[in-house]
Design a protein. Structure first.
Length: 280
């Protein structure tokens, strides 16, 4: 007569399934872990995986974290990283701000007025399917190779990402709120400013965050338009000399700048939309 030893993993899963209180307490315990510790843990794991992959790679051009750190220090010491970062940051901010400033009113008009939606939405949907990078040859012919061309490409990517989110935010406003305001005697403009705009803020910030990502994603390609400075230009020069450590430094710098800007937008969103309930 044989006895069967239960699998510990299955036993634990069965215990949690049969005991919802235990499962809930486990979930609550996971939520108590500070987010900063999770960020630190994933950073350490990511660096470890990168170091291991680079050490085991047969390609000697794959840089390790210490090699990238040395390359970053050299770029910081001679001022190359700072000057290129400021140039790229200026282009991203110019294109992003211009794109958002125009996308927000365009999205509100498309969502609120049927006439505006019929006139503008087809063009927005058409341009959205055309990658901004595909327009670079035409942009060079029309705007030249100066700063205007670089900022325009970033602006276009930001505008198309933000305008659709804003439009969708207006369209998703609960009709019950609008009808209740009308019953109370509110005019269209009052409903728009007091009901539609606040209810659309979460969508608006999502659009801004997506637009920010699109701006940084388009940056390197825009700086291929004969840019004298910038992180994209720095990476392009490093590619010609097979300086892979400097290429990784450029990638990390773009990621860090984008991450910081995204956190700032997230902070503003939490302050301005504190009324909405979100999961922890």
């Amino acid at each position: 007569m044989s006895s069967t030893i239960p699998d510990p993993v299955l036993a634990t899963a069965d215990a949690l399934a049969l005991d919802p209180v235990t499962a809930e307490s486990s979930t609550e315990a996971a939520r108590q872990i500070p987010m900063s510790w999770l960020y630190l843990a994933t950073l350490v794991l990511g660096l470890g995986a990168w170091w291991l992959a680079a050490a085991r790679s047969a390609n000697s051009l794959v840089p390790t974290p210490p090699q990238v750190a040395v390359g970053a220090w050299e770029l910081i010491r001679d001022g190359t990283l700072l000057s290129n970062s400021m140039a790229s940051l200026g282009r991203v901010l110019s294109g992003f701000v211009l794109g958002v400033v125009l996308a927000i009113p365009a999205g509100f008009l498309m969502g609120w007025y049927r006439l505006a939606r019929g006139l503008v939405e087809p063009w927005v949907q058409f341009m959205r399917t055309v990658p901004p990078l595909a327009l670079i040859p035409l942009v060079i012919v029309i705007l030249g190779i100066g700063e205007d061309a670089k900022v325009f490409v970033i602006f276009l990517a930001s505008f198309l990402s933000c305008v659709l989110a804003t439009y969708q935010g207006v369209r998703n406003v609960d009709s019950t709120l609008v009808n209740a305001a009308r019953v109370l005697g509110a005019k269209d403009m009052t409903i728009f400013w007091r009901v539609v705009v606040p209810a659309s803020l979460p969508f608006l910030f999502v659009g801004m965050r997506v637009a920010l990502g699109s701006a940084w994603a388009t940056l390197v390609a825009s700086e291929l338009i004969a840019a004298p400075t910038g992180l994209g230009r720095m990476m392009q020069v490093a590619t010609q000399f097979l300086q892979t450590d400097r290429i990784v430094v450029g990638i990390i710098t773009i990621g860090l700048l984008g991450f910081v800007m995204d956190r700032l937008l997230l902070f503003a969103e939490r302050r301005l939309t504190a009324w909405q309930e979100v999961r922890a």
